[in-house]
Design a protein around this ligand. Structure first.
Ligand code: PLP
Length: 387
């Protein structure tokens, strides 16, 4: 009997060690970890720079309250701002928390401008932004909200990729348009460059803020530091988490100075958000991701991986319907039972995870080696042959 609640469907495997792209069980069985804790282990497991950062800081100071200055946080906020659209940052602990803060900021922005009626947030129907009350209702997903009423109001929904449906849902109360630049959980669906450009134009024209959730697709996962960079569109608010901590829980909201002005003392806070230990680790992750050629390498490996997966798709048209993705955020839409396909991959010691639309989600560490991608490709072919 387990004392843990039953809210996860857990595979019957546990790990005692991780190194690079591999996880090891107690008996020494080695698994290729191509889910990376769902886009978290940016640098794989046991990266020496992260171990060093953690150990060094552990001997100094772990936690102080945000009622004091935290230089490590200043440092990370500066790094993020210098490389992105951001001018101000608020640190939190998770993706859901970052999204909640982003929604609060959008509403507070218009409140501070004397337009409190502008408080509605327009999201993609059946999207994913985390499991807090506001975020599940932002998702517009029946499955995620079932049994969790009363409904949190203030969210409207449009269809993925459908500008017409988006335009129809905008009204004088719309404060923000909020979606994932490249959707992970919802089936690896990438919003096109032209869609992003059009949405930005609409936001400018109608005085609406653009919030791009880069919790899963950000921090290099797409092959650019942020997925929105492919479109050259500038968002107003970007919530992040997952990859920035490389395994340590960190979340953040990045925003422009104009937007951040409304967040005066007392408007938001988080006990742990941005504590010294978290910030030192975040800085260490950033130092690796911002190294010359790191992102170029992600794009190169992505091209290799995607083109080979498309060859597999051509060879197994009865098994694979579509290969999707950007960077190392990859999805294989299968025509067979998804659970059985993922189980077969796991039996062959390749770890992946499901997404909506019968998609196998593949999220290797961003520093994955080509020979590890080759190994994964071989396993995928082997599993396709088993049907
Ligand atoms: C796009 C997106 N937003 C938000 C979240 C929620 O993040 P967390 O689980 O850290 O609260 C996730 C998690 O999967 C996500 O993929």
């Amino acid at each position: 009997m387990s004392y843990l609640a039953n809210n996860y469907n857990r595979r019957k495997i546990s790990f005692v060690k991780g190194k690079g792209s591999y996880l090891y069980t107690k008996s020494g069985k080695k698994y290729l970890d191509f889910l990376s804790g769902i886009a978290v282990n940016t640098l794989g497991h046991s990266h020496p720079a992260l171990i060093k950062a953690l150990n060094t800081q552990a001997k100094k100071v772990w936690h102080v309250s945000n009622s004091f200055e935290i230089p490590e946080g200043e440092n990370l906020a500066k790094k993020l701002s210098r490389k992105t659209f951001a001018e101000k940052v608020i640190f939190v602990n998770s993706g859901a928390e970052a999204n909640e803060a982003a929604i609060k900021i959008a509403r507070r922005y218009f409140y501070s401008k004397g337009q409190p009626h502008k408080n509605r947030v327009l999201c993609i129907k059946n999207s994913f932004h985390g499991r807090t009350l506001a975020n599940i209702f932002a998702s517009g997903s029946k499955k995620m909200t079932e049994g969790f009423g009363p409904k949190v109001s203030g969210f409207d929904h449009f269809k993925f990729g459908d500008l017409k449906s988006l335009k129809k849902k905008i009204n004088r109360n719309t404060a923000a348009i909020f979606f994932e630049t490249a959707m992970g959980e919802s089936g690896i669906k990438v919003n096109s460059k032209s869609f992003l450009k059009e949405v930005r134009k609409i936001c400018n024209k109608k005085n609406i803020l653009l919030i791009l959730d880069e919790v899963q697709c950000g921090i290099g996962r797409s092959g650019k530091f942020f997925a929105y960079e492919y479109s050259k569109v500038k968002p107003d608010i970007v919530p992040i988490a997952k990859g920035i901590g490389g395994g340590f829980p960190i979340g953040a909201v990045l925003m422009t100075k104009k937007v951040a002005k409304c967040m005066v003392p007392g408007t938001h806070g988080s006990t742990y958000g941005g504590n010294p230990l978290a910030m030192v680790i975040g800085n260490a992750v950033m130092d690796q991701v911002f190294k010359k050629n790191f992102l170029k390498n992600v794009r190169k490996n992505s091209e290799y991986f995607l083109s080979n997966l498309n060859i597999i798709k051509m060879n197994f048209p009865k098994i694979i319907k579509e290969v999707r993705g950007v960077g190392l955020l990859i999805g294989i839409q299968v025509k067979v039972d998804l659970t059985s396909f993922i189980n077969k991959l796991t039996q062959n010691q390749l770890l992946t995870i499901r997404a909506a639309e019968n998609v196998v989600r593949i999220l290797p560490p961003l520093n994955v080696k080509k020979k590890e991608i080759d190994k994964a490709l071989k396993i995928i072919i082997k599993v396709c042959k088993e049907y």
